[in-house]
Design a protein around this ligand. Sequence first.
Ligand SMILES: [Zn+2]
Ligand SMILES: [Zn+2]
Length: 409
Amino acid sequence: MKADLVLYNGKVLAETLVIENGYVVIKNETIVRVGEGSCPKDISAKSMIDVEGKIISPGLIDMHTHGIMDVDFMSATYEEIVRALQEYAKYGVTRLVPTTLSNPIENIIRQHKLIRKVKETSPFGAMIIGTHMEGPWLAERCRGGHDAIYLQDPKPEVVDHFLTEVGDILASVTYAPELPNSVYLTEQLSLRGVVPIFGHTEASYEDAQASILAGARHVTHMYDTTLGYKENPDEALVMMPGMETAVLMDDRVSIELIGCPVHVPKPFFKFIEKVKPRNKTVVVTDSLVGTGMPEQTVLTYEDGHKVYVEDGVLRMINDDPAINGNLTGSAVTLNIALKRLREYAEIPLARAVEWVSLNPATTLGVEKSTGSIKVGKFADITVMDDDCDIYLTIVKGEPIHDTLTRRKS
Ligand SMILES: [Zn+2]
Ligand SMILES: [Zn+2]
């Protein structure tokens, strides 16, 4: 067989098993053979890459990220978005879902159209699965970093307008299911194949159930701005089931955690691993501007307030000691999130990788074409070592980040 690219001498995390010493053959953007041992002599390729015993992993998929380095998807230009995609590749990401923050609807529409243009016309466009709208349809009490002035209920005419304008590029929408019209919103998303996602919510069990019935199938950064339970106002110390009960009880709903011990206390990783079906667990970065920058870098926002980067999070700089150092958001990269997940959930790397490859692909409905090393799927692959440091990132058979072969030449 004449192939385009062969990766060999690696530990292959294939979809169905781990091959301690194996190879992957790529032709026409696609994985055409996965095998054990050295590459058979009947295969020749334009490029043969010896990965030197490293791990040949499915490419990582980040289904919730707002930006990286100095690029924020809510305000980025075309060129900045393209530059950001190249940055993600350094951390093993082969596919992502650029996410916008709460803003006036017309601004959000503008950015989603721009991301669609990048997907359609840029050489890195294949990395974009679609867009994720997070806000403004969120609960005020649980808004977290979203600006309260933009929050609103999903009015049917606004939902219709939004979906008419950008429904084709939209992969997912996060909203609070307790808001008026949220069942209508969920139905409209489901009808278009857009994944309805709960988030920034303090919904009751009943409200969550109603939206799950209408098609909701995922929870954005669980345990961060999600209030799971409430006390019964009429019966002291009696707890009422809330959205957490609804989403943990229903095996069709997947759960997303930010790969960060500050946003998500460590025991939750093990808990979700235990209670959810194997393909319904996802880790994301939810990363903001500043991600990938050196430790202690100071960022100044347009309104003048400052934050600094520290160990994968952003913290506030303020003269008031009561709020100085407060958490303001995530700056973790997906390979580090993966490394932490493996440690906190106490699972093998191959299992942890599923949380950042096959599982997000399944949640987004693209698992037939990507998300694992399997014959017939696109060759979306990353080569890492046991510390989850990244050496090579391949999207649709094309190396877009490479410190493995470059180092040798
Ligand atoms: Zn959020
Ligand atoms: Zn977010």
